[in-house]
Design a protein around this ligand. Structure first.
Ligand code: CMC
Length: 435
């Protein structure tokens, strides 16, 4: 990254012509960036960008997205290659440490994650405080936040060893906490993690095994789960990652910050979309009703949106959706679901939307959530758990970004400014004198 040049920005303010030189920064890929950090201190102006459409909030070396071309790279590696040739634990090492691990490094990492999967027995009592019909994301926010009350030896963010332990603990415990949320909701006993299983297989075991009989994890399910984890692992400065970064910028402990990320992810405009897609497909019900829903999505007076379509950054096919689209057929065939009515419906919806002028003009393409739900449903994962799975996987991205931020010497507390449009100063009026 460099800022060797500066560019003049000229404008007129109250009739006065102004010219300000702003440093121009250039990354390895992506648009150049105007550095406005000293704009207020030197010239008394703020910039206005409420939803950060044009604002680089940090410098990062982890993930790159070219939304126009539909490109997603993790540490330079295309997501398609990682999904086809890597596995989630290796991708986690890559995101956290910057390079693909050697065989020994990977073995050590997997070993450490495997041996941190159990949660403190007392944490188990927390679950009883929730209603059985609580949404598992509500349980995730509560229980992950509560981890900071249990692991006092990994709360000091200034100690690199404690940071590393916190990272391993969270990656390891997230599937355990998630599976427990599901088991609680269906009134089944919790399953302890099994160290001989892979990350994905262990998660499936904890979700579905019955104490009364042996449970064999299907290799097809294990591979599908692992691929879904890879595809959701990181996505640069999205809303939940920015939430984690902002929360961490105050010096809060990483367990609390990841709980904040989970809360943000829950929304239907973000990670909650995979659940919303399935509910939408069920509501549409048949191919004949698709035009009705397309019309609703286009109607400005109707809040309905086509879930799984559109993206702030991708103005092209989301590359993760392309991978999952391919996987969908493969997995459904291997799982013996041959014809999944919801997949047929989804494909027809996609076809119609992709040819509709409204969606073409606004560059609304299917995103990752459009297909993930169909695969997860075929795997027997309950709809309310879809966003939870996203959170399990994204924990790796949140923590990679968190680590990068803590190591950044320029890190300061995040503190956006505002354009104030309320009352100017006025005097207090006693109640007896108010109209
Ligand atoms: N259906 C119908 N119209 C849409 C949709 C949609 N899914 N998405 C955007 N539009 C329209 C929107 O009404 C607006 O129209 P106009 O310019 O006439 O006002 C235009 O497209 C631009 O939309 P926007 O809301 O300004 O775009 P955004 O970048 O703020 O929002 C988004 C991005 C993902 C929140 C939005 O596309 C959306 O709500 N999609 C459905 C929810 C969804 O699938 N979310 C998952 C995102 S990917 C995974 C993740 O991030 O977790």
């Amino acid at each position: 990254m460099g800022s060797e040049k500066s560019v003049p920005v000229t404008f007129t303010d109250a009739g006065e012509h102004k010219s300000i030189d702003l440093p121009l920064m250039e990354g390895v890929l992506g648009p150049k960036v105007l550095d406005v950090r000293k704009l207020y201190a030197d010239h008394g102006y703020f910039t206005y960008d409420p939803s950060f459409s044009s604002t680089a909030s940090c410098e990062s070396k982890i993930t790159f997205i070219d939304g126009d071309e539909g490109i997603l790279l993790h540490r330079g590696y295309p997501i398609q290659q990682l999904a086809a040739q890597s596995d989630f634990m290796e991708v986690a090492c890559l995101l956290l440490h910057g390079e693909l691990p050697t065989a020994r490094e990977k073995e050590d990492f997997v070993n450490s994650i495997t041996h941190h999967t159990m949660v403190h027995e007392q944490l188990i009592h927390f679950y009883r405080g929730f209603r059985r019909d609580a949404h598992p994301m509500a349980i995730m926010v509560g229980v992950v936040g509560a981890l900071s009350a249990f692991y006092h030896d990994s709360l000091d963010i200034n100690d690199p060893n404690q940071r590393e332990i916190a990272v391993h603990r969270m990656i390891a415990k997230m599937p355990t906490i998630a599976a427990m949320a599901y088991r609680y909701s269906i009134g089944m006993p919790f399953n302890y993690p099994q160290n001989h299983l892979s990350y994905a297989a262990n998660f499936l075991y904890m979700m579905f095994a019955m104490p009364t009989e042996p449970y064999r994890v299907s290799p097809v399910m294990e591979k599908a789960m692992d691929r879904i984890f890879i595809l959701h692992a990181d996505h640069e400065q999205n809303a939940s990652t920015s939430t984690v970064r902002l929360a961490s910028s105050s010096g809060a402990n990483p367990f609390a910050c990841v709980a904040a990320g989970i809360a943000c992810l829950w929304g239907p405009a973000h990670g909650g979309a995979n659940e919303a897609v399935l509910n939408m497909l069920k509501e549409i019900g048949s191919v004949e009703r698709i035009p009705e829903f397309i019309a609703r999505a286009k109607n400005k007076d109707d809040p309905f949106r086509l879930m799984g379509f559109g993206h702030r950054v991708y103005k092209n096919y989301d590359p993760r959706a392309s991978v999952l689209r391919e996987s969908c057929y493969e997995i459904l065939k291997e799982l013996g679901h041959g014809a999944e009515p919801l997949l047929d419906l989804a494909l027809e919806l996609e076809k119609i939307a992709l040819h509709d002028p409204y969606f073409i003009e606004k560059k609304l393409f299917p995103n990752v959530d459009f297909y993930s739900g169909i695969i997860l449903k075929a795997m027997g994962i309950p709809i309310s758990m879809f966003t939870v799975l996203f959170a399990v996987s994204r924990t790796v991205g949140w923590l990679s970004q968190w680590k990068e931020m803590i190591d950044d010497p320029h890190m300061r507390i995040g503190r956006p400014r505002q354009l104030y449009t309320g009352h100017a100063q006025r005097d207090y009026v006693p109640a007896s004198k108010r109209p």
